[in-house]
Design a binder for this molecule. Sequence first.
Ligand code: UDP
Length: 355
Amino acid sequence: MKRVAVLGCGGFIGSHLVEAFLSRTQMEVLGWDADSRRIDHWLDHPRFSFFSGDLYRDPKLEEKLAGCDAVISLAAICWPSRYAGEGIAVIESNFLQPARLVEMIARHRLWLIHFSTSEVYGKTLASQLGPEAESRLDLNLLREDESPLLLGPVQRARWSYACAKQLLERWIFAYHRERGLKFTMVRPFNFIGPRMDFLPGVEDGEGTPRVLACFLSALLRGEPLPLVDGGQARRTFMHIDDAVNALLNILERPEAAQGRIFNLGHPGNEATIRELARLMREAFAGATEQRSYLDHPEANISAEEFYGEGYDDSDRRLPDIRKARELLNWEPKIALEEALRRIVVEALARHATEV
Ligand code: UDP
């Protein structure tokens, strides 16, 4: 690969990809984003061209993309706190806008590497079948080409995001079948790392970010850790460095990666949200050498109170990653405790003056 485009290069994942592409490969990188704060120190790099603003309003977008070998699409609204209340913008940014882009990419015979989401799986089969199904791995493990995609009713507007993402996956697949589009789709399972989201009350940004940033912010501000509905939901968390390695392997192996969907996650890093809260307290206590963090309070809060009407939740997200292991020669390596340690150390260093 000589030249790659990153749509949404200023976000959490995009900024890490830009950094890796510029520092670890010889590729030329074209990037679009409305926000450049996470990538400011790369803007002058000779192999980086940054286009500021709304990518869909760039009149030369098509011309610029036509010269690329691969287009990585990341630009979208992806915060659960916004799914229910901003359904129009969520569906627009996750389906309507990228759908037209897919058509353009197919026409130019480019390779689309699309970031979908683990949320397309919705709820597990086990969650529908009662407590005895909980321990059955076959009803819990999420497989790219076999698992059903189980979303809740329309009034549970949280699923507008998953539904838009799912429809885009089907759109991309149809373009592949009918118009020969070269694609790879990845389904990220709760990537975590530095520069994730924003820290309300600590850094710029309004609203409610994802759970890791909520917990970081609460610990930095000395506020209780909010456990939505008791923090019973389970997630597998993966450090962004493992994710970046997967993307580098995808770019190196077009024959293995094209025409396929990959789960990218770390099945060994599963925790309930309540367990995550404990691990975060331990990470803070370790990094600051202040044992008092171990007793940092938590607060149970109902989903309705925390997110407003229309919220619903995925009960569990446990990925089967055999495809990525075998075809991409990739293995996630960073254990959850180590991932959290790195993130907390970085956040404390960045916000040392405020705590
Ligand atoms: N959550 C929580 N406290 C928070 C933020 C989120 O308990 O401060 C829960 C949320 O209800 C969900 C899980 O943490 O069960 C993960 O939420 P996140 O926003 O990170 O994204 P998701 O994995 O649902 O896409």
